[in-house]
Ligand binder design. Structure first.
Ligand SMILES: Cc1ncc(COP(=O)(O)O)c(C=O)c1O
Length: 373
């Protein structure tokens, strides 16, 4: 029999799935990585109109429609204060594919990729799939990534380091000073910084900054998506932004793996990015309110939680056996070790769930804490 590739054998199905499977059907799910809001009407409508007009029956350009890439370019100007020509953008099948092509195009077999631990599960898996070596770096006590730790981890074999602010699973937001440091490290060490900014609009304290604002070299590639910002996880539409040369290499991977992002999703994304943005503000306000209720509740239970300044996750320190106890009582949370060795002793709680369920879950989490103490 044909053996499976060594690369694929190093990757397993995400630990998050196992928790979902262990919980009953009527469980309160605080394990989800997607907003509990509908996709904005104008985005849905744009896709429907395009389908009805017969505009989505064919491949688009490999990079995506010019109109979508112009909308992404305008978004970079509006939100990040950077000028990016539409030619320096590839529309992808979600942020996931954007991360995949960024890593695939830059990481050689045996080369290292540095990323936060705990961190989003794809960084480790995609590094393995590229034949690279994951180099997880422990985050600080406040769960942010320390630029000095990243700099220490860089060797002659480092192909890239990943920055994710606001972060999954921690909700941590990097300060402007840190982001400037990441840009400097990318410049001075001549190493690629992959900046995963899919949660950029959900920042409650401070402001979102991208290394792209500060780097002098072309060593920053930005990964972003409509998935979280516009509650469009099912549409599968993201993008990657980089220099002409880097885009040309990433396009080689995208062209053969994907050809182009789904055409209806491209129309929806264009409308989402260029239409009214109040849906984003409303979601951000709702998440902030829920975060505050959750943090108060966790503190009442006696669980210490580094304040998450963004995204829609909190990561309390939890006693041994707490996650299992909570899941058994019908609330899904994800054990921190699903996100790396340094996630052990923490749990990821997503608050992309309505307030009533969060309050109900807090009661149960309190009972579980009593039970294991
Ligand atoms: C940090 C981070 N990056 C990228 C992604 C991928 O997002 P998408 O659904 O657009 O593929 C996720 C999804 O959970 C994420 O949390």
């Amino acid at each position: 029999m044909t053996d499976f590739s060594e690369r694929v054998e190093q990757v397993s199905i995400s630990g998050i799935r196992e928790v979902f499977e262990a919980a009953g059907d009527d469980a309160i799910n605080l394990g989800l990585g997607q907003p509990d809001f509908p996709t904005p009407d104008h985005a849905r409508r744009a896709a429907i109109d395009a389908i009805e007009a017969g505009d989505v029956d064919a491949y688009t350009s490999n990079k995506g429609t010019l109109e979508l890439r112009e909308a992404i370019s305008a978004k970079h100007e509006r939100d990040n204060g950077v000028s990016v020509p539409p030619g320096n953008i590839i529309a992808t099948s979600g942020g996931s594919e954007a991360l995949h092509i960024a890593i695939e195009a830059h990481v050689d077999a045996g080369e290292e990729v540095v990323f936060p631990d705990p961190g989003f599960v794809s960084y480790d898996a995609l590094t393995h799939l590229a034949g690279g070596t994951p180099k997880p770096v422990a985050v600080r006590d406040d769960l942010t990534l320390d630029p000095a730790a990243v700099e220490d981890a860089i060797t002659d074999d480092t192909a890239a380091f990943v920055v994710n602010s606001p972060a999954n699973p921690t909700g941590a937001v990097q300060s402007e000073a840190d982001v400037r440091e990441f840009a400097r490290i990318a410049d001075e060490h001549d190493v690629l910084c992959i900046s995963d900014e899919v949660y950029e609009h959900f920042v409650f304290d401070g402001e979102h900054h991208s290394p792209l604002e500060f780097a002098d070299s072309d060593n920053v590639v930005v990964v972003n998506a409509c998935s979280k910002a516009y509650s469009m996880t099912g549409w599968r539409l993201g993008w990657v932004t980089g220099s002409e040369e880097r885009i040309e290499r990433m396009l080689r991977v995208h062209q053969y793996a994907q050809a182009c992002a789904s055409a209806p999703a491209q129309f929806a994304a264009e409308a989402a990015l260029s239409g009214p943005q109040d849906c984003v503000t409303e979601m951000a306000e709702a998440f902030e309110e829920r975060r505050d209720v959750l943090l108060d509740g966790l503190s009442d239970i006696g669980l210490e939680t580094p304040t998450p300044s963004g995204a829609f996750y909190a990561m309390p320190k939890v006693p041994e056996g707490w996650c299992d106890e909570v899941v058994e009582r019908g609330v899904v949370v994800v054990p921190g070790e699903a996100f790396g060795e340094h996630g052990a002793g923490y749990a990821r709680i997503s608050y992309a769930t309505d307030m009533e369920q969060i309050k109900e879950a807090l009661e149960i989490m309190g009972e579980a804490a009593e039970a294991v103490r």
